[in-house]
Design a protein around this ligand. Sequence first.
Ligand code: PNS
Length: 168
Amino acid sequence: MVTKPSKIIAIYPGSFDPITNGHLDLIERGSRITDRLIVAILRNASKAPLFTVEERMEMLREVVAPYPNVEVDSFDGLLVDYAARKQATVLIRGIRAISDYEYELQMALMNRRLRPEIETLFMMAGEAYSFISSKLVKEVFGLGGDISGLVPACVEARLKKRLLGESK
Ligand code: PNS
């Protein structure tokens, strides 16, 4: 028989390059249904990021500060092995549209095969955020489009600095 852990520790993994308001919505909702939520940035991703892991962690720490049971970390290697080291039993992933489903299903099933004791929990993105992705935010901002309301203010400031070379 599987016993229910006394405390639910969950990992919300991702690239977060950078964090958007869609991610933040999931963090807020995830923090309400878990005892401890670890937002974990993948270190050895193959895609070339705009922000370093340290910069992304700084932005994340700033935006999760209001949530006492949320912390920020980074990891290397297999996600399920990292989760096991953290004694987490839940992986949280957001689904925005059907197009996310195939990739997410593949990952969830592979992760379950590797460590069946760790459950993937899918959360539907808030309807106001279902079209937002870090990739699109960077592209639109880089081409001069308005991204207010799509990312936290500290992220918008960092994007300005990085992509437009502004000091503020
Ligand atoms: O925000 P992303 O880029 O969609 O996040 C993808 C992430 C970090 C969740 C995924 O690439 C991952 O878990 N990588 C760690 C390596 C791993 O465990 N790979 C096997 C996944 S089935």
